[in-house]
Design a protein around this ligand. Structure first.
Ligand code: PLP
Length: 391
């Protein structure tokens, strides 16, 4: 570190340079995050000093966190939203870690038993980290033709060392939702906790116009014990903002005592969250944007993103490709084998500046249609893709 500090002018001219190296999200269709809502940014700024790890000092932010949890629980059809437990996290990874942390602590197996977790084969890579961290085996289930977990496969993976089940509402590669109704029944039958990873879909599925049996999930299903959903993805909040929700305190009865630690030098007596210091600014941003947009605002946003997705779907068909019919605002399209797909992805990036990703469950290009994408972007993208395919 240098001995003397530099002036504000100098530091901001440096920051401008770094900022210019970052994306402004133009031409980004690989990310599940987007530009935060200005209201979220303002609230974030206002609560920049707030620390949820020392709640007694920040009673106002604590109250906002409580209300965010209640709003999220009501969005997820909780019969009594005020009974839901939970808190904000840094995102889907941390929320999933906490959910499994509780599952493991609840299981009576001794330390010599290798425990396992049943996850769909489409599970986000955070579960690989979790398996390594907690030394548990991931049992991946078979999928149906739409890349959703097959209930009979889920059931076949369960044994006495299973700590719980995972379902996904909006899987990372395709945006598809597992058959959560069937998973809920299996969870009840085997008395296992069921965690729904709705990191992406949590701010999408509840706002679909067409609500049917296949695209609903939540705490109305009796087997669901926890859900993760990320305000920093389709929730329009700032990074880092995730939410972990537990059905109620009783879900934690068997695990909390093993997890919570005394916090003698803070304003609280115990802490059971994974992290200590937690940003109250993210709580304020999430509270502000959820209150500001309301159900109506999020419905409009989802409708807008689905409109973009449909537009891209039709345009791809127009150039003789066969995209997979999208469940939500994630679209995949096959353009050849693994090498060809990687080559096309690289050309899109190097020749035209587009960021897209590739799926591994099946080989395809993957585009996430976030609110920052425009119809004009899509038109240009398809022209550029066509050019690459033809040359
Ligand atoms: N779960 C799902 C379904 C996701 O799609 C993602 C990220 O894309 C995560 C979890 C991890 O979220 P984060 O990167 O915020 O930790």
């Amino acid at each position: 570190m240098q001995e003397k500090g530099i002036s504000e002018k100098e530091i901001f001219s440096e920051l401008e340079k770094f900022s210019a190296m970052d994306t402004n999200f133009k031409k980004v269709m690989s990310s599940m995050c987007t530009i935060p809502h200005p209201i979220a940014v303002k609230a974030h700024q206002m609560f920049i000093q707030s620390n949820m790890g020392d709640p007694g000092l920040f009673l106002g932010t604590c109250e906002m966190e409580k209300q965010v949890i209640e709003m999220a629980a009501s969005l997820l059809k909780h019969p009594n939203p005020s009974d839901a437990a939970g808190h904000l996290t840094s995102g889907g990874t941390e929320s999933n870690i906490e959910a499994v942390y509780h599952m493991k602590a609840r299981h009576p197996g001794d330390k010599d038993t290798k425990l396992n977790l049943v996850v769909p084969a489409t599970a986000h890579f955070s579960f690989e980290k979790i398996a390594n961290m907690f030394n548990i085996q991931l049992r991946k289930t078979d999928l149906d033709s739409s890349y959703r977990a097959l209930p009979r496969s889920v059931e076949s993976k369960i044994d006495e060392n299973t700590i719980g089940l995972i379902g996904i509402a909006g899987n990372t590669e395709f945006g598809e939702m597992d058959p959560v109704g069937a998973l809920s029944e299996i969870a009840q039958k085997y008395n296992l906790p069921l965690h729904i990873d709705a990191a992406f879909g949590g701010f999408v599925y509840p706002f679909l116009k067409d609500q049917n049996e296949l695209n609903q999930f939540g705490f109305n299903l009796p087997g669901v014990t926890s859900v993760s959903m990320d305000p920093h993805k389709m929730g329009f909040s700032v990074i880092p903002a995730g939410i972990i929700l537990f059905k109620d305190d009783s879900v934690l009865d068997h695990s909390l005592d093993k997890i919570k630690v005394k916090t003698p030098y803070l304003t609280s007596k115990f802490q059971s969250t994974l992290t200590g210091t937690r940003p109250g600014s993210a709580v304020a941003a999430t509270y502000a944007v959820m209150k500001h947009l309301g159900r109506e605002g999020y419905e409009k946003n989802v409708e807008h993103c689905l409109g973009l997705t449909e537009h891209l779907f039709k345009k791809l068909i127009g150039i003789k490709l066969k995209p997979k019919y999208p469940a939500i605002n994630i679209l995949t399209v096959e353009v050849g084998g693994v090498q060809q797909t990687t080559h096309i992805r690289r050309c899109l990036r190097e020749q035209f500046g587009w960021y897209v990703s590739e799926t591994k469950t099946k080989t395809a290009l993957r585009m996430v249609l976030m609110p920052h994408v425009t119809m004009e972007d899509i038109d240009q993208f398809v022209l550029d893709l066509k050019y690459i395919l033809e040359n």
